[in-house]
Design a binder for this molecule. Structure first.
Ligand SMILES: Cc1cc2nc3c(=O)[nH]c(=O)nc-3n(C[C@H](O)[C@H](O)[C@H](O)COP(=O)(O)OP(=O)(O)OC[C@H]3O[C@@H](n4cnc5c(N)ncnc54)[C@H](O)[C@@H]3O)c2cc1C
Length: 475
């Protein structure tokens, strides 16, 4: 097959699988290349609840992953019926506010029906279901066990001609894989910047937010009835209570518990220290849920030193090249938005392009700008609050400070009014754009609502006095 008839997708994580499905209708052949070997038995029908296992290329898959409503909608568009399939395989779908204990910005959100679903499952299960869907597409081939090591350009150096991948024999060496479109979905450790620099491109412009976040996670079996109707709980870090936690029921009757420390605070791996840390989180329900729980496996740790936005859209990339998922924007995982952004970017690929310009040539620069914009909301929602933690983080703009103060008041209102919690969740689940939070009725309610001091841009000074906005209504 000639290059222009073929698309190559690098990376078979969430972004790569979703992107392969998205472009499969536009190419005679789509090859998905991953450095990990894919499980050959996966084609077989799996029993409900049967365990999918993690893999080396995605070390984050030992940690709790929830799929937000925005991501479920996007995946449903690419893989119709995938939500039901995940539930048949053991994933839990619940109301994001009614079946959740949620503490955001120091405020415990009041429960109530939000109409938004939250899908809680082991990350290997989510990936396994998507992988099987992709396997079933007749013109898509998954090639595991081969790392991509470089980009091929045509003679003009302004267009991609394919990729260089490791050979599939044990003798080492590399070979070329011609393609008209290359989609890079190689995750947070992507080497694409290096490949471009090796071909003469200037260093990429990056936005970074240092946070030095460490996740430590363990699977448990909770005692009978430990959670009641609750399916998941989470407490985000604030400058005044920086230790965070998330707990979610997942397939096979397990609960996955992820503890989070920022600025170098590392939740311990061994059980007594793990439980102590859980007891220091602002959400006592987590420690309570773990009382008498059975541990089901060892702890895993993941460090996220810095959130990174890679501005490929500003780099005048060669045509025929697209980047999405964590390779484009590695978000703070504590917000649970990475899979959703990846799925929405793939949704954009399916609906908007890439655009052919004759002779199998694909225009991609304009589309790359749109892909970058899909990450805007998630990036901005976490950038402001995270900047409050770290010395060296970029100072928030005056507009971000103002919006942060507004959000803090909105979160305080959500403690008493589920409508405010729902509005917040619709935006943080990437269903509504952030501007939805400025709807007139909501703004009025927020302004009239309770004030808060534990907001994203306040922290205690040495005397325990909180430096923040407004001095009125101090509790
Ligand atoms: C601790 C933690 C918890 C998280 N929790 C959530 C959550 O609750 N909800 C949520 O939505 N998101 C969460 N995320 C984020 C989520 O995991 C990522 O956003 C998502 O996996 C991005 O998908 P991706 O396909 O871009 O990258 P990945 O899933 O990382 O996949 C990249 C793939 O590329 C392959 N690869 C890498 N280099 C090469 C190469 N050179 N050649 C070939 N293949 C290569 C890898 O093997 C891998 O399969 C969390 C992340 C972390 C770290």
């Amino acid at each position: 097959m000639s290059g222009p008839d073929r698309a190559v997708v690098l990376g078979a994580g969430i972004a790569g699988l979703a992107a392969a499905a998205a472009v499969s209708g536009r190419f005679r052949e789509v090859i998905v290349v991953d450095r990990d070997v894919m499980d050959p038995d996966e084609q077989d029908e799996l029993e409900p609840g049967s365990g999918a296992v993690g893999r080396r290329g995605t070390p984050q898959d030992r940690h709790l992953h929830v799929l937000l409503a925005g991501g479920q909608n996007a995946l449903e568009g690419l893989f119709p019926g995938v939500g039901d399939e995940l539930v048949r395989r053991g994933a839990l779908q619940s109301d994001a506010l009614d079946h959740t204990v949620l503490q955001v910005g120091g405020h415990r959100f009041r429960a109530g029906a939000s109409g938004l679903t939250l899908l809680s499952a082991g990350r290997p299960l989510i990936e396994s279901v998507l992988r099987r869907r992709v396997h079933a597409l007749p013109n898509v081939h998954l090639v595991g066990g081969r790392a991509a090591v470089g980009l091929l350009l045509d003679a003009s150096a302004q267009r991609t001609a394919g990729v260089v991948v490791e050979r599939d024999d044990s003798g080492g060496g590399t070979e070329s894989l011609p393609a008209g479109l290359v989609v890079v979905a190689t995750g947070s450790g992507t080497r694409l910047n290096d490949w471009l620099e090796a071909n003469g491109w200037p260093p990429l412009v990056l936005d970074t937010v240092p946070i030095d976040l460490t996740y430590t996670s363990r699977p448990f079996r909770l005692r009978e009835g430990a959670l009641g109707p609750v399916v998941s709980m989470g407490s985000g870090s604030t400058p005044n209570r920086p230790r965070g936690a998330a707990l979610g029921l997942v397939e096979n009757g397990r609960a996955m518990v992820s503890l989070m420390g920022v600025l170098g605070d590392q939740p311990p791996m061994e059980l007594p220290g793990f439980l102590d840390f859980a007891g220091d989180v602002a959400l006592p329900e987590v420690a309570e849920a773990l009382r008498g729980a059975e541990t089901l496996g060892p702890a895993a740790r993941f460090r996220h030193p810095v959130s990174v936005r890679r501005h490929f859209e500003r780099a005048q990339l060669p045509e025929g090249l697209l980047i999405l998922g964590d390779a484009l924007c590695t978000l703070n995982p504590a917000y649970g938005q990475g899979m959703t952004v990846a799925a929405q970017q793939a949704g954009l690929l399916a609906s908007a392009g890439p655009v052919p310009s004759g002779a199998g040539r694909w225009q991609t620069r304009a589309l790359q700008r749109r892909l970058a914009r899909v990450a805007d909301a998630a990036w901005k929602l976490s950038r402001g609050p995270d900047a409050a933690f770290a010395a060296g983080a970029p100072r928030p703009s005056p507009l971000e400070v103002l919006f942060g103060r507004y959000l803090a008041r909105l979160q305080a209102l959500a403690a008493v009014d589920p409508r405010a919690g729902t509005a917040w969740l619709r935006v943080s689940s990437l269903v509504d754009p952030p501007r939805a939070l400025l709807e007139t009725g909501l703004v009025r309610a927020v302004v009239a609502g309770p004030a808060t001091y534990d907001n994203a841009f306040s922290r205690e000074d040495g005397n325990g006095i909180q430096q923040g906005w407004g001095g009125r209504n101090r509790p």
